[in-house]
Design a protein around this ligand. Structure first.
Ligand SMILES: Cc1cc2nc3c(=O)[nH]c(=O)nc-3n(C[C@H](O)[C@H](O)[C@H](O)COP(=O)(O)O)c2cc1C
Length: 418
């Protein structure tokens, strides 16, 4: 039986271990995690979600404080259209994170940035352009365009000197989404360098409706592959969502995928951004504790642990400090849900908002515990500590398990020293 290491992902004349660690916002796929993937010869992702906030935490900047100060007068106002990002500061925050990550890169792999296009930031096109261009300026190896697929994204950077040298890819969950993107971007004369096909078992936002369970990754991948062949388009396909073991990966690679994108197994590694106590919740989760719900204001279903503190929390919208999900008119579905509850319960000490959540605040605070479908199997990938907690893994251990394991086996870590 083969293992993942028997395959290679090829970009031009360069070869990589065909394991890509997917982007996980907000700073769940950290620079450290991406650097490990690159060091081990694969591909890692940092995330561009809420980078000013991430920069404050990591690099001691004060973007959030300053923005809140600027717009404090608007906090109680339901109309958020005035709350705009400064494009120069967005570019600066992106530049800092990307540059500092790339400076530390070692090994033969690559580091990409996952660009969450659903972060419309009250000015979708302009803020996306600033983020994409700053990442290219700062030397990122590649960009993966995710959730919200802005069909005109390539056009936003087509005049950038690195437009043809950086690796550019997209995430799709259907052949139709891919066809639309290719049609719209054909004018730029550039195909994506890779296409991540993300099935319904992935973590984060899903590119499906609440009927996600009716779809399956292998079928969608085969459909896209057949279409690309018929069109004589040679674009590497990267299968994502529910690839839990090396053997799962091998089955996609044997069926023509160029690589796999994985994430959930890395949520319980030392290099991942999730706090250690949250990682214990991921380990301990049972299958019944994982749900796909519609509380994300983006309108996309999202998978998460039912015990996420974000569910039901009725905090005041934090758009003056954050505001990443504001659409071009300054609206967010959470603002409407919050104001509705406030009107119904004007004297309540603590509001409960069940249908939507303030995703910016809760992702920022690691209180929205988004995860892949197979999170309930994480407990089988480690050992228990004497106090009953689960042993946190190293990213290298998980990466090598994907790379070398066979027969559906999962290697356990070395026993922790007593
Ligand atoms: C905690 C978590 C956060 C995620 N955040 C993002 C994100 O910000 N952008 C994105 O495109 N995908 C996101 N994903 C999806 C992953 O990048 C990946 O494609 C998918 O989860 C792979 O499936 P697996 O988790 O079953 O391995 C996230 C996944 C997880 C587990």
């Amino acid at each position: 039986m083969k293992c993942v290491d028997d395959f290679r992902l090829r970009f031009g004349n360069r070869e990589y271990v065909p394991i890509m660690i997917g982007g996980m916002g907000v700073d769940i796929s950290t620079a450290d995690l991406s650097l490990e993937a690159a060091r081990l010869g694969g591909i890692g992702h940092i995330s561009d979600a809420m980078l000013p906030t991430v920069s404050d935490r990591r690099y001691d900047t004060k973007y959030v404080r300053d923005k809140l100060k600027q717009y404090k007068y608007n906090v109680a106002n339901a109309d958020k259209s005035e709350v705009q990002f400064d494009l120069g500061l967005i570019a600066e925050a992106t530049d800092t994170h990307v540059r500092r990550t790339m400076e530390r890169k070692r090994g033969d792999g690559l580091i990409f940035i996952n660009c969450m296009e659903k972060l419309t930031m009250n000015s979708p096109k302009e803020t996306l352009r600033a983020r994409l261009r700053a990442a290219l300026d700062a030397g990122i190896d590649g960009i993966t365009l995710a959730a919200g697929l802005h069909l005109g994204s390539f056009a936003l950077i087509e005049d950038h000197p690195r437009f043809r040298d950086a690796k550019l890819g997209i995430i799709v969950s259907s052949l139709r989404a891919l066809q639309l993107f290719l049609k719209k971007s054909s004018r730029t004369g550039r195909l994506p360098d890779f296409v991540v096909v993300e099935g319904p078992l992935a973590g984060g936002h899903l590119g499906f409706g609440m009927d996600w369970a009716e779809y399956d990754l292998a079928t969608i991948t085969a459909e896209i592959q057949a279409w690309l062949k018929a069109e004589q388009l040679d674009i590497p396909l990267i299968a994502a969502g529910g690839v839990f073991t090396g053997s799962d990966a091998v089955s996609f690679l044997e069926n023509g995928a160029a690589a796999v994108q994985v994430a959930t197994r890395f949520t319980v590694t030392q290099e991942c951004g999730l706090p250690a106590d949250v990682q214990q919740h991921y380990f301990a989760a049972s299958e019944e504790e994982i749900e796909v719900n519609t509380i994300s204001p983006t309108g996309y279903p999202m998978r998460m642990l039912k015990s996420s503190p974000a569910i039901g929390a009725g905090i005041r919208p934090n758009c003056e400090a954050y505001g990443y999900l504001l659409d071009s008119s300054g609206n967010c579905a959470y603002i409407n849900a919050y104001n509705r509850e406030l009107a119904l319960h004007p004297d309540a000490k603590r509001l409960k908002v069940m249908d939507k959540t303030c995703l910016c605040t809760h992702m920022r605070n690691f209180d929205c515990w988004t995860c892949g479908h197979y999170t309930y199997r994480l407990k089988d990938t480690t050992r228990r500590n004497p106090d009953g907690s689960y042993q946190i893994l190293s990213a290298e251990h998980v990466f090598h398990d994907y790379q070398f394991s066979k027969d559906n086996k999962v290697a356990l870590p070395e026993e922790a020293a007593a």
